[in-house]
Design a protein around this ligand. Structure first.
Ligand SMILES: Nc1ncnc2c1ncn2[C@@H]1O[C@H](COP(=O)(O)OP(=O)(O)OP(=O)(O)O)[C@@H](O)[C@H]1O
Length: 685
């Protein structure tokens, strides 16, 4: 058996807006490696997951084999009935035979039921364990991995592929074994009954095996393509749902629908190809045994007529041959299932084989202490603050000949200082800020926090010291408080909040009319939505005061207080029930709630009106006074928050100084601040 990927489209990072033609994250080399891997070897990789439930699984398989072989006893009983009680007109014997047949039937059914009971629960556990592993791994993989892989591909691997594997493990693998044993035992019975007739029935097996091998080769390619295309389709649907505002705003339903139809048709084509292959092999698998049994029937009847064979033997022979029909016929379906499962296994392990960042693997010591622990509360060292030394960075998927985005950045943000980072669009400001919490790894050079290289810090410790807020704020389907407290010390609150059920999300948006809540987006049109029981957690007093303070700093306390349930209000999926400025303020509150030593803010006030921005800045100054901060700024108002300003240009820090110094000394800075043009020099020339 082979699994293949040869015909799937695309390679790493080949994503498009429509999601068309994208098959995630595999290079040609990887694809070739996967292609040459046998399906059996692929499936064997599931062993570590199956191992804990092996006793139940082997027990279930044994019971299924027993059940199937029990069924093969029926023809032998029939032979006894025909040659014995029926031939001798012994009515009592016929009744006994009938009762025996009934008993065997009941036993067979009972054994099959036992098989199901033995395997169902443990295999659901296997599926859950695999899903937990892929989720955990995805959380640990670097951002560059997620940049490369379309989300639909990951989603389909964690859902449909795993469901397929559960079906294979609970049903497919057992019946492959059961069928093999049943056919072997059946063959022995056939040959032992009448070897000449046995050869007639077994003759078609040789071409059948060859045809199955050809089928498998072709089917495995189609199966891989179909599963990848399902991933692409999932990506497209996800983008369409998340981007519904853009699609509606630009009236792009038709083009989006066209892209969807094109992908669906591709998938349909592949599924039809699979169905065609399956139909052909099934036709052959059904036809050849039928012809063979027909021939055996004619031959056997002639032999009975000539007195060379007893009628009972012929009946037993034909019953056995007929009993073998299903095990043989279902082989096509089981081979297809095995192939799809091998493909699903490959797809699962393609994600799991992605290497985790080194420190996630090697550092297994205790978690660092909470914020404010001695490890980080110590005063700044002489080399304190945030320092970039010769930092070079190139995106892993950037073309080989492209210059690095950052090419020797040297910058020192002194302890307690606020440094504004300015530069033209695309100059690399966001990239530079993403290096501090190690969302990306530097290609060369060092970044130190109070003298400690961030490369030597455990990620958890690094992230407890550094808080970030991005220009595009991401909120989760949870309450305002849960979203903000994700940035707090307490792991219970730092953990990802549980998303609400669909009905919960709908309730947020579609509540009955009630008192308006100013500035609260869709919520302002609705009454307090029914909140899930766990939606209003009782925060401890210190958390409560931390939350209130963070909301005040971000100037979010006003609109949050006006929400139907205050900070216990659900914000809806991705916080889309709030305005952009409200989301940004909550993201800022999340960044400051833990009183971090280092704060990295990527243009966190861009969506605010001038009055709100001024109010946030005034409150933020209080926070920034005790924190070392790097703040990406586009507007003079944000720059004025900072003690000094660094100008990023051509991948380096071109100038550092106060706002007024740079206004005097740097023409590029003057141009940026005057808003003459926000394009990089090379783009303008
Ligand atoms: N994931 C990525 N893979 C490859 N290149 C990227 C990626 N993200 C950004 N880039 C490139 O890196 C360069 C710097 O991007 P970055 O977002 O850091 O600029 P910026 O200065 O923050 O821009 P802006 O002011 O518009 O936010 C750009 O040329 C961009 O195309």
């Amino acid at each position: 058996m082979t699994t293949g990927t040869g015909t799937t489209s695309g390679t790493a990072g080949n994503t498009t807006g429509s999601g068309a033609g994208t098959t995630a994250g595999r290079t040609d080399g990887e694809a070739a490696a996967v292609r040459s891997r046998s399906a059996v070897r692929s499936l064997l990789r599931l062993w570590p997951y199956v191992r804990p439930v092996r006793a139940r699984m082997f027990g279930a398989a044994f019971v299924a084999v027993l059940a199937s072989c029990t069924g093969l006893v029926i023809p032998l009983v029939l032979k006894w009935i025909v040659d014995g009680p029926v031939a001798e007109r012994d009515t009592a014997g016929v009744w006994t035979g009938g009762a025996l047949l009934l008993g065997i039937g009941v036993l067979e059914a009972g054994l099959f039921a036992l098989r199901r009971w033995l395997s169902a629960r443990p295999l659901a556990g296997v599926e859950a364990a695999m899903r937990a592993d892929i989720y955990r791994h995805l959380q640990r993989l670097p951002v560059s991995f997620h940049d490369r892989w379309p989300s639909g591909q990951l989603l389909s691997r964690a859902t449909t592929d795993l469901e397929l594997l559960r079906r294979f493990l609970s049903f497919g693998v057992t019946f492959l074994l059961v069928n093999a044993v049943t056919v072997m035992v059946g063959c022995v019975i056939l040959i032992s009954q009448r070897w000449t007739l046995g050869l007639v029935v077994l003759g078609p097996f040789v071409p059948l095996v060859w045809l199955c091998a050809v089928f498998e080769y072709r089917y495995s390619h189609a199966a891989r393509r179909a599963q990848d295309q399902i991933g692409d389709l999932t990506t497209l649907v996800e983008e369409a749902v998340l981007g519904i505002r853009v699609i509606k705003g630009f009236g792009r339903h038709r083009s989006q629908a066209r892209a969807f139809r094109a992908l669906s048709e591709r998938l349909l084509g592949t599924e039809l190809e699979k169905a065609g292959l399956l139909a052909r092999i099934w036709a052959v698998i059904m036809l050849l045994p039928e012809l063979a049994i027909g021939a055996a029937l004619v031959l056997g009847t002639l032999q009975v007529a000539h007195g060379e064979l007893s009628a009972g033997t012929l009946v037993a022979f034909l019953s056995t041959a007929l009993a073998l029909r299903w095990p043989v016929e279902s082989t096509g379906f089981l081979l297809a299932l095995s192939n799809e499962s091998a493909t699903a296994t490959d797809r699962f392990f393609e994600v799991l084989d992605e290497p985790q960042p080194a420190d996630v693997l090697s550092r297994t010591g205790p978690e660092p202490g909470p914020r404010g622990s001695p490890a980080r509360a110590g005063g700044p060292t002489p080399a304190g603050g945030l320092r970039f030394s010769g930092v070079v960075f190139r995106y892993p998927d950037a073309p080989e000949d492209a210059p690095p985005v950052l090419d020797g950045v040297d910058l020192h943000v002194r302890p307690g200082e606020t440094m504004a980072l300015v530069g033209a669009t695309g100059s690399g400001k966001t990239t530079l800020t993403a290096l501090v919490p190690r969302l990306h790894e530097v290609t060369a050079g060092h970044i130190t926090l109070d003298g400690e290289d961030i490369g030597t810090l455990r990620r958890a410790e690094l992230r407890s010291r550094v808080a970030v807020a991005f220009e595009e704020p991401t909120l989760f389907s949870a309450t305002v408080a849960e979203n903000v407290l994700m940035g707090a010390d307490d792991p219970a609150h730092a953990a990802m909040p549980l998303p609400r059920s669909r009905s919960g999300a709908e309730a947020t948006r579609d509540g009955a009319p009630g008192p308006p809540a100013p500035e609260s987006g869709p919520l302002k049109h609705g009454a307090p939505p029914p909140q899930p029981e766990h939606a209003a957690p009782e925060h401890r007093a210190d958390e409560r005061s931390g939350l209130d303070r963070a909301l005040r700093v971000a100037q979010a306390d006003g609109f949050v207080g006006a929400l139907p349930h205050g900070s216990g209000t659900q914000v809806g999926e991705q916080g889309l029930s709030l305005s952009g400025g409200q989301r940004q303020r909550l993201a800022l509150a999340r960044a400051v709630v833990g009183r971090p030593s280092f704060l990295v803010l990527d243009d966190p006030l861009s969506a605010l009106d001038v009055h709100t921005e001024a109010a946030v800045e005034a409150a933020l100054r209080e926070v920034l006074a005790s924190t070392t901060a790097l703040v990406v700024a586009h507007r003079p108002s944000t720059v004025l928050l900072a003690d000094r300003v660094a100008l990023l240009s051509g991948g380096r820090i071109a100038a550092v100084g106060t706002h007024h110094e740079l206004l005097r000394s740097s023409a590029e800075y003057r141009r940026l601040m005057s808003g003459e043009s926000n394009e990089p020099e090379e783009e303008r020339s």
